[in-house]
Ligand binder design. Structure first.
Ligand SMILES: O=CC(=O)O
Length: 323
């Protein structure tokens, strides 16, 4: 134990080993003993850097508990809606997330959810289990919606949205629409059309949510949105549950206002086991595992650790967030 070395506090007991291997070269690495906020609050004291990897809020209370020597924070996630950026800024603490390394894994999950929802895969499995798979060939049984030839709308053409668009081209979609703050050169290269939210809402057969959660995007898909969507429309969310007004979504799915949904994120997480979402045949659910592959999680851990090393050295991080 060398007191001249900085201390890196890893605020999650399940972080991949590669992060420890990288950080231990220059730092004392301390891992939290539990997954709860209380363990973090008790054990973070004295950290020079915090390696965050949790949906818990990283706020003033935790920064105070760390102490005034804290000088680097990095999250092992691409989203950072759970981090108090204003508080970091006021303390002059540099901060980073993990963009790009998870794009392919998350985009794969988006396509899985789109196809699973459009082809009624969950409902089909239920029918097998119930023994209602008919002996004769019913040509009208479990008919879904084609993704080929469809119009898809992507809300948020960032790195993940672009990875979704690249995959969609392989599915021979007719049009790719997107909306966001501004038209992007990458959109043009992908042959995607920049439209306003209302146009995307009305014209899309598939809507993909790939935007960060901000005050602007919270509940962007609400009752009004679902009422304007095509009745044959499918919505996919790989961003954050709060992008959707979930009560409005459930109503739209029950009344046939939209055709189906595929969700990797929802509210709350973990989803309550008595949630109505679980009772709907036209919903495909995955438990927030968009980036959950061996290679992607290792890449996220590696990038987070390398960002921390850069921060501790007073250098610009590889993937800093401008505060
Ligand atoms: O939700 C996962 C992430 O933000 O990386």
């Amino acid at each position: 134990y060398n007191m001249s070395r900085p201390t890196v506090f890893i605020a999650n007991p399940s972080v991949p080993k590669i992060a420890f291997d990288i950080l231990q070269d220059v730092a004392n690495v301390v891992s939290v003993s539990g997954y709860d906020r209380e363990s973090i609050l008790k054990e973070v004291s004295g950290a020079d850097a915090i390696f965050w990897a949790s949906g818990l809020k990283l706020d003033k209370e935790i920064l105070d508990a760390a102490g005034p020597q804290l000088r680097v924070v990095a999250t092992m996630s691409v989203g950072y809606n759970h981090i108090d950026l204003a508080e970091l800024k006021s303390r002059g603490i540099p901060f980073s997330n993990t963009p790009r390394v998870l794009d392919n894994a998350v985009a794969d999950m988006a396509l899985y959810l789109a196809l699973g929802a459009s082809r009624r895969c969950f409902e089909g499995r239920q029918q097998i289990e119930k023994g209602t798979w008919k002996k004769y060939f019913d040509t009208q049984w479990l008919l879904g919606r084609d993704i080929s030839g469809s119009t898809v709308g992507i809300i948020g053409l960032g790195n993940i949205g672009q990875a979704i668009a690249r995959r969609l081209k392989g599915f021979d979609v007719a049009r790719i629409l997107y909306t966001g703050h501004r038209e992007k050169a990458e959109g043009k290269e992908l042959g995607a059309e920049f439209v306003n939210l209302d146009t995307l809402n009305r014209e899309s057969d598939f809507v993909f949510l790939a935007a960060p959660l901000t005050n602007e995007t919270r509940n962007i898909c609400n009752e009004e949105f679902f009422s304007k969507m095509k009745k044959t429309g499918i919505i996919v969310n790989i961003g954050r549950g709060e992008l959707i007004d979930q009560a409005a979504l459930i109503k739209a799915l029950k009344t046939g206002e939209i055709f189906a949904a595929g969700l990797d994120v929802m509210t709350p997480e973990p989803l309550n086991t008595d949630s109505e979402l679980l009772t709907l045949p036209n919903v495909v659910l995955t438990p927030h595992i968009g980036s959950a592959t061996v290679d992607t999680r290792n890449a996220m851990a590696e990038l987070t650790a390398k960002n921390i090393l850069r921060g501790l050295a007073g250098e610009e991080m590889f993937t800093p967030i401008q505060l």
